[in-house]
Design a protein around this ligand. Sequence first.
Ligand SMILES: [Zn+2]
Length: 86
Amino acid sequence: MTMQPLNCETCGSAVLVEKFSAAHTSVQWMTEASECPMIRDTARSLGDTRRGCSALHRTIDRAVARNELTESRIDLPDGPDVPRLH
Ligand SMILES: [Zn+2]
């Protein structure tokens, strides 16, 4: 498990990001997520604080494109004897 530090390119919020795959990214805020101006504005107008910062998502995408954020390898055992999860 490798969390990598990243700053939102727009609001500068510091987060820790771990990318498992193109579709699965785990973001951990090092500050209150509500301190992000984007999230605060969304929360004020829509009353929804669970919305992410779109600028942060862009920052993450760009870091991935530049190979600054590498996908974590989850070590899955393979072979015929491994029980399937589903
Ligand atoms: Zn932000």
